[in-house]
Design a protein around this ligand. Structure first.
Ligand code: RB5
Length: 147
């Protein structure tokens, strides 16, 4: 699996921890920044990661900001992106199993590093259940942009 990762200054302090977890799981990581704690605009990094997923250059994406909210709002503007803001392990599992989330959003000022590591592991290792859940995802195209 190949994962594109991006963060803003709020997520920068934990990005390397998340990258280490991914590599330990055997995941190839493409780091799209940011590269320091200097203030940046999270939509720029949401765009880089989501574009990689939309273009098929990454299987999935991970976006980290202070709360995860801005990143999830920005990411869900992109066609075919199903971004899930997860603050617990159950939601991380369900976002994969039921929603086939292809982008995980994390809030570095909300979730501590220990929990964040477990959320990332759960999200990476859980498969989509398909079936009735695929039917529901297919209905997204009735809402707006073709997904
Ligand atoms: C940056 O201060 C902060 O607004 C950002 O990281 C994020 O939390 C936005 O949703």
């Amino acid at each position: 699996m190949n994962v594109a990762i991006g963060c803003d200054h709020g997520g920068f302090p934990v990005k390397d921890i998340v990258i280490s977890v991914l590599r330990d799981l055997g995941v190839a990581v493409d780091d799209h920044g940011c590269a320091s704690a200097d203030s940046v605009n999270y939509p720029d990094y949401a765009r880089l990661v989501c574009q990689a997923v939309v273009d098929g250059k990454a299987d999935r994406g991970i976006l980290i900001c202070g709360t995860g909210i801005g990143m999830s709002m920005a990411a869900n503007r992109y066609p075919t992106i199903r971004a899930a803001l997860c603050q617990d392990i159950f939601t991380a599992r369900m976002s994969r199993e039921h929603n086939d989330a292809n982008v995980l959003c994390l809030g570095a000022r909300v979730v501590g590093p220990g929990l964040m590591i477990e959320i990332v592991k759960e999200w990476i290792l859980t498969d989509f259940a398909g079936g009735r859940h695929q039917t529901r995802i297919d209905m997204f195209s009735e809402i707006g942009a073709a997904r």
